[in-house]
Design a protein around this ligand. Sequence first.
Ligand code: SF4
Length: 382
Amino acid sequence: MGRLGGAGIYIHIPFCKQACHYCDFHFSTSLKKKDELVNALVKELELRKDELKNQNVETIYFGGGTPSLLTIDELQFLISEVYKNYQVVEHPEITLEANPDDLSENIIIQLSKSPINRLSIGIQSFFEADLKLMNRAHNAEEAKKCLSLATRYFENISVDLIYGISGLTNENWIKNIDTVLGFNIPHISSYALTVEPKTALDSFIKKGVIDNVDDDLAQEQFHILIEKLEASGFVHYELSNFGKPDYFSKNNSAYWQGKPYLGIGPSAHSFNGNERGWNVRNNSKYIKSLEVNILPIETEVLSLTDKYNEYIMTGLRTVWGVSLEKVERNFGLQYKRYLLEQSEKYINEHLLYIDGDKLLVTKKGKFLSDGIASDLFKINLT
Ligand code: SF4
């Protein structure tokens, strides 16, 4: 078992109590098909077991949607199906994404007795106005109560926070960060509020009901976040992720380091090193397909250029950077030369820098790293 490579399993739970205004993930607010969906997830786990037959499962991640809408029994059942069909390492990281309004003390106690050993809690903000603007299902009081309970029973906790919300001042943003720090949380994921097409937020902004997001303010708040968290002992190990040493998300780190993962559930994505796959983004179609033992998945084989682009994108987002030696080894000298040529102007503008073998984003370049990465992409296979 020890000689096998590592892999992750992501299980998408496509249900939410209500739709957050900014969200474009796949979910349904009707829980009518929950039982059928859990059965379909089990079927998919069974049908795909050979895809990881040469790998040890190191991480299991319940994402969504809102996985905390499943009962403990349903979560335990899914975990036991993973163990039944896959080779799981001795101490896997098993994460549950959860919303504060689902985490009563009783539920947290039950979760702490289950194999789940990491909670990722969608707090987003401790201010009522922000929570209302985003249409979150919880209020500020619930957010604080949930953290005070969760930290009693779980050590490995991540909290999600959103910045750049219209009306969120720097002063309140600092208070949000300080509140999380006050609970001694070892991992924080934080994202700028982005306006995705066809979301309620997009339509409110177009109608003038809500102000558009202010990129300059978001950038300021991003830098405040980095400064405060680094001063508190966090490592900014990925663009949106900060962890105390030993608390980096193993699931996400594996993804950024190009390890294979199996995505189970409607809309879930998979990657096996050569192919990317994505399941149908519709609960009924997903269930129906699995009822007749057909995997509702489309796949594409990645070209060398696709793999290079993906490596640049993920590498620049992380503290591990882009290894020039790896680019040459995996993609050839031509790609390395291209990368160095394209990087030159960003190096001159102090947005990128080279440290030994690594190409990395400077502090100044961090907020722009996705845009910089796309400029380093290769378009043609030449
Ligand atoms: S709870 Fe999460 S997945 Fe559900 S609507 Fe809100 S942000 Fe989207």
